[in-house]
Design a protein around this ligand. Structure first.
Ligand SMILES: Cc1cc2nc3c(=O)[nH]c(=O)nc-3n(C[C@H](O)[C@H](O)[C@H](O)COP(=O)(O)OP(=O)(O)OC[C@H]3O[C@@H](n4cnc5c(N)ncnc54)[C@H](O)[C@@H]3O)c2cc1C
Length: 315
C-alpha cells in the first residue's frame, strides 16, 4: 500500500470544497491517506477528515500562508511520512505552492489535472489552451499533483476508525519571499474557481454599475460573478473576475454568459462548464455555437426577467 498525502487548504479558517474532492479521490484509491493541515486546532476539521488514516497538524506561532515556509514544511512532511504521492487543489495557492514544493522535495509535478491515476502515477491534463488532453506520468520516487477544482464529484467518504493525529513544526527558516498583504477581491461572495454556478458579463454590460443586474441574478442562484476581458479592460469589472486564457479557468455546473461574443480566449476558460447558457442580442454571435441553451435578446431585459422567473421557481 502506498502513502498518499493531501494538502488541506483553508480559506479564512474555512474548509474549501476542493479539499472534499481531493478526499474523495484519495479515499477511492484504497491507499493510506495523510491529510496535512496548517492550523492551531484541527478539531473543527476532524469531521471532514474522518475518511483519512492520518491527520498531520502543522503547528507554529504564525501559520499565515508563506510560500517558502509552507513548501519547506511540506517537503519535510513528505520525507517524514514517506509519502509516495502528494496532492493539492489547482487553486491560486496550489499554483503558487506546488512548484516550490516540487523543487524542495525533488519530486515530479503534474499540474491542473482532470483525472489522476495514483497507481500508475499518471494524470490527464489540458494542453494548448484546452484544445488537447494529454496524459503525463511522473518518473522517480515521488509524485505531486494539483487537481482542477470542480472536476471530481464529491462523495461522502465512509467513516472508518478515527484518524491518527500527528504533528509537525512549521519550518521557520527565514523565507526568501514574504506575503505582506492579501487583498480580498471586492465582489466575490463565491470563489469563481469553485463556484457551481457563474453569471458572467461582457463588453455589452456598458458600465460597472450595470453589473448589479448580474449580481442580483447571482444572489438568487448563489452564483459567482465573472467577466470577459473586454469588460475588465473597459473597467466594468475587476481583474479577479476575468474568465479565460489570461483570467481564471472555471468549471461550474452552469455558466450564464451575458453579452459575451464567445471569443476563443474566453471560451478556453469556461468550456468545461457542464451547461452553458448564452444571452446575446446577435443571433450570429459565436457563443451560440458553443452554448447548450441560447437566448437571443437584450440582456438588460432578459437578465431581470430570468431572475424573477428563477426566484418564482425556487419559491
Ligand atoms: C492573448 C489574448 C488573451 C486573451 N485573454 C482573454 C481572457 O482571458 N478572457 C476573455 O474574455 N478574453 C480574452 N481575450 C480577448 C478576447 O479575444 C475577446 O476580445 C473578448 O473575450 C471579448 O469580450 P466580449 O465577448 O465581452 O466582447 P465582444 O466580443 O465585443 O462581444 C460583446 C457581445 O455582446 C453582444 N451584445 C451587445 N449588446 C448586447 C445586449 N444589450 N444584450 C445582449 N448582448 C449584447 C454583442 O452581440 C457581442 O456578441 C484575450 C485576447 C488575447 C489576444
Amino acid at each position: 500500500m502506498a502513502n498518499i498525502g493531501l494538502y488541506i487548504e483553508l480559506k479564512k479558517g474555512g474548509f474549501k470544497k476542493a479539499n472534499r474532492e481531493l478526499l474523495t479521490l484519495a479515499a477511492k484509491s484504497g491507499h493510506k491517506v495523510h491529510a496535512v493541515v496548517f492550523c492551531a486546532d484541527p478539531q473543527p476539521y476532524m469531521d471532514e477528515l474522518r475518511g483519512v488514516q492520518v491527520v498531520v497538524q502543522v503547528q507554529g506561532a504564525d501559520l499565515s500562508y508563506q510560500p517558502d515556509r509552507y513548501a519547506a514544511t511540506l517537503a519535510a512532511v513528505i520525507e517524514e511520512f514517506k509519502l509516495d504521492a502528494f496532492l493539492g487543489a489547482f487553486s491560486a495557492q496550489g499554483k503558487d505552492l506546488f512548484p516550490r514544493l516540487a523543487a524542495k522535495a525533488k519530486a515530479g509535478l503534474i499540474s491542473d489535472c482532470l483525472a489522476v491515476d495514483l497507481e500508475k502515477r499518471q494524470a490527464i491534463k489540458p494542453v494548448y489552451s484546452g484544445k488537447l488532453l494529454a496524459e503525463y506520468r511522473v518518473e522517480g520516487q515521488r509524485a505531486l499533483f494539483t487537481v482542477r477544482p470542480n472536476v471530481i464529484p464529491v462523495e461522502a467518504v465512509v467513516a472508518g476508525s478515527a484518524p491518527e493525529l500527528k504533528s509537525m513544526a512549521l519550518d521557520m527558516t527565514e523565507p526568501r519571499t514574504r506575503i505582506v498583504e492579501v487583498i480580498q477581491s471586492a465582489s466575490q461572495r463565491v470563489d469563481l474557481t469553485e463556484a457551481e454556478i457563474i453569471v458572467s458579463g461582457g463588453r455589452a454590460m456598458k458600465a460597472r454599475e450595470n453589473f448589479v443586474i448580474l449580481e442580483d441574478l447571482a444572489k438568487v442562484l448563489n452564483a459567482g460573478v465573472g467577466a470577459s476581458r473586454a469588460a475588465v479592460d473597459a473597467g466594468f469589472a475587476s481583474s479577479d473576475m476575468q474568465v479565460g486564457q489570461t483570467g481564471k479557468v472555471v468549471n461550474p455546473k452552469l455558466y450564464i454568459a451575458c453579452g459575451i461574443s464567445g471569443a476563443i480566449q474566453h471560451f478556453v476558460g469556461m468550456k468545461t462548464s457542464k451547461v452553458i447558457v448564452a444571452i446575446n442580442k446577435d443571433p450570429e454571435a459565436p457563443i451560440f455555437k458553443k452554448a447548450d441553451y441560447g437566448i437571443v435578446g437584450d440582456l438588460f431585459t432578459v437578465v431581470p426577467l430570468l431572475k424573477e422567473e428563477i426566484k418564482k421557481a425556487l419559491g
